[in-house]
Ligand binder design. Structure first.
Ligand code: FUL
Length: 486
C-alpha cells in the first residue's frame, strides 16, 4: 500500500514540475507587410519632413526667373557668398537636407565643369577659381553638425549649350556633368531631375534610363526625384499642396516625365499602385524661385497652411529659400523661417494624449504581446505600433481623460502609420465625445487634421473604416495650434 501512495505522490510531483518548467507562451510576431514597401533611403527621406531648396545662379543677378542662356558669366559675383550661413539657417529651421541648383535652365554651372566654360570659371567671383558646389558641400559637412545632408539639382533643359537639341551629344554632355557632380563631392542624398522645359525648347529626348542607372552606380543611398521617380515623385503642383487623399503608392507605368496632364494622379497617388513612390511638395518661401529684391517671404500662416497640406498629408515639404545677390539668405527669410520653426515646435511639442488612457478594440497577441495601445504614445513612429487582432469587424482606438481630471483642449489630431509595413488605411473617422468631427481617407507616415475650432472634451475615438490588410497605427497626437484661425 505504501508503495502505491509513493507512486501517486511521485506522479503528481512530476506532473506539477512539468507545469512549472513548461515553455513560456510564444511571443506574437509582427503582422506581414502590405506591399509595396519603402526602401531604406525612402524611409529616411520621409522622416526628414521639411527640406530646403536653394535656387541660385545668374538669375539671382538679372532679376529673372528663367534665364535665356545668353547671360554673360561676368554678372555672377556674389561678393559676400557664405554657404556656412545657409547651413546655419537651415539647421536652425530644423532642416536636414539642402538641395542646390548646380545648373538651372540657363545652363550656367555653379561648379567648374570641365565640359563647358559657361560656369563660375568665367565669372569674376573668386577670380574665376571658385566652386559654389564645393563650398556648399563643405559647409553642409562642417556646419551641419552631422545632421544635414546635401542634394543637387541639374536642369535637363539647357538654354545655353549648343549640344541641346542633338540627342546623342547633349545626353553625353548631361551624363558627363552628372558624373562630375556625383563623384567629386562625396555623398549626395537627393538628385533632382526637373521635367520642365519651355514651349520654345528645342526638340530633344532625354536618356533617362542611362542617367538613372549612372546615378545608382555612383551613389548608393541617393533618392532620385523626377515627376515619375524612381524614388520620389513630384506632387503635381508648385503650391506645396498634396491631395486630401495621398498615397505613397502609384503605378509607375502610368507616369512620364514632363507630362502636365498627370498632375491629379501625382497629387493623390494610387491605392492599387505597385510602386512605392512618395510625393515631394516643392514650393518657394517667396513668389519666385530665385531671389528678387522686390519680393518678400510668405506670411507665417501661409507657410503653416503648406506644412499641414504637405507634411500633414503624408509628404515631404521642399521649401525653397533663395540666396540673394550678395550670396546670403536674406534677413527677412531668416526671420520667417525662425517663426515657422518656433510655431511647429509650439504646436507639436505638447501631446495632450500623453496624459490619457488609451483603449483599443482588440490587440494582437493580447495584453503584453508588444502590439498594445501604449505604442502610439512612445517616440518611435515607425517600428512600434498598435495592431488589432485579425478577423475582427471593427478597429478603433480611443484616447480618454482619466476620471477626476480636467478635459483637454485641442484643435489638431495627428495620426501616423508604421509605413515600414506598408501604407494601409483607406478610410477613417474621428469622434470627439461621441460626435463625428472628421471623415478622413488616407493616413500614411503622418496625417494632420486641423479642426474647425478648439474642442474641449474627454474622449477621442479614431475608427478605421477600411484598410489594406490590418490597420496599424504608430503614433497619435492631440495638439493645440494657437496660430490656426479658420
Ligand atoms: C520648375 C522650374 O521651371 C522652376 O524654375 C523651378 O526650378 C522649379 C522647382 O521647377 O520646373
Amino acid at each position: 500500500m505504501a508503495k502505491f501512495w509513493y507512486l501517486v505522490c511521485m506522479i503528481t510531483f512530476l506532473e506539477l514540475s512539468k507545469l512549472a518548467i513548461s515553455r513560456p507562451e510564444q511571443v506574437p510576431t509582427p503582422p506581414l507587410p502590405v506591399l509595396p514597401l519603402p526602401t531604406f533611403s525612402q524611409l529616411k527621406w520621409q522622416r526628414r519632413e521639411l527640406i530646403m531648396f536653394l535656387h541660385f545662379g545668374v538669375n539671382t543677378f538679372t532679376d529673372s526667373e528663367r534665364g535665356t542662356g545668353k547671360e554673360n558669366p561676368s554678372i555672377f559675383n556674389p561678393v559676400g557668398l557664405d554657404t556656412k550661413q545657409w547651413v546655419t539657417v537651415a539647421a536652425e529651421a530644423g532642416i536636414s537636407l539642402m538641395i542646390l541648383t548646380a545648373k538651372h535652365h540657363d545652363g550656367f554651372c555653379l561648379w567648374p565643369s570641365k565640359y563647358t566654360h559657361h560656369s563660375v570659371i568665367s565669372s569674376p567671383w573668386r577670380n574665376g577659381h571658385g566652386d559654389v558646389v564645393q563650398e556648399f558641400i563643405d559647409s553642409v559637412k562642417t556646419h551641419g553638425g552631422g545632421g544635414i545632408d546635401a542634394g543637387l539639382y541639374l536642369s535637363p533643359w539647357d538654354r545655353h549649350d549648343k549640344r541641346y537639341g542633338h540627342d546623342l551629344q547633349y545626353n553625353e554632355y548631361y551624363l558627363a556633368q552628372l558624373q562630375e557632380l556625383l563623384t567629386k563631392y562625396g555623398s549626395v542624398k537627393e538628385i533632382w531631375f526637373d521635367g520642365f522645359k519651355g514651349k520654345d525648347a528645342k526638340n530633344m529626348s532625354y536618356y533617362f534610363s542611362d542617367w538613372f542607372a549612372m546615378v545608382r552606380e555612383l551613389q548608393s543611398s541617393i533618392n532620385i526625384f523626377s515627376d515619375a521617380g524612381p524614388d520620389v515623385r513630384w506632387v503635381g503642383n508648385e503650391k506645396g499642396f498634396a491631395g486630401n487623399t495621398s498615397w505613397s503608392t502609384i503605378n509607375s507605368t502610368l507616369l512620364s516625365i514632363g507630362n502636365a496632364s498627370i498632375g491629379d494622379y501625382l497629387n493623390t497617388g494610387d491605392p492599387k499602385g505597385t510602386n512605392w513612390l512618395p510625393a515631394e511638395c516643392d514650393v518657394s518661401i517667396r513668389e519666385g524661385w530665385f531671389w528678387h529684391k522686390s519680393q518678400s517671404p510668405k506670411k507665417l500662416s501661409q507657410l503653416l497652411d503648406i506644412y499641414y497640406n504637405s507634411v500633414g498629408r503624408n509628404c515631404v515639404m521642399l521649401l525653397n529659400v533663395p540666396p540673394n545677390s550678395t550670396g546670403l539668405i536674406s534677413e527677412s527669410d531668416i526671420h520667417r523661417l525662425k517663426e515657422f520653426r518656433a510655431a511647429i515646435d509650439t504646436i507639436f511639442s505638447t501631446n495632450l494624449a500623453e496624459k490619457c488612457i488609451v483603449k483599443v478594440s482588440s490587440q494582437r497577441g493580447g495584453k503584453g504581446g508588444g502590439f498594445g495601445p501604449e505604442n502610439v504614445l512612445d517616440n518611435d513612429h515607425v517600428w512600434t505600433y498598435w495592431s488589432p487582432k485579425e478577423n475582427k469587424n471593427e478597429h478603433w482606438i480611443e484616447i480618454k481623460v482619466p476620471n477626476g481630471e480636467e478635459g483637454m483642449k485641442f484643435n489638431v489630431v495627428r495620426i501616423q502609420e508604421p509605413i515600414g509595413l506598408g501604407q494601409r488605411i483607406i478610410k477613417h473617422e474621428i469622434y470627439v465625445d461621441g460626435k463625428k468631427v472628421v471623415q478622413g481617407t488616407t493616413v500614411g507616415y503622418k496625417r494632420l487634421h486641423r479642426l474647425e475650432k478648439v474642442l474641449h472634451c474627454r474622449a477621442v475615438r479614431i475608427i478605421v473604416k477600411e484598410s489594406k490588410g490590418l490597420p496599424l497605427i504608430s503614433s497619435i497626437g492631440l495638439h493645440l495650434d494657437p496660430y490656426w484661425k479658420p
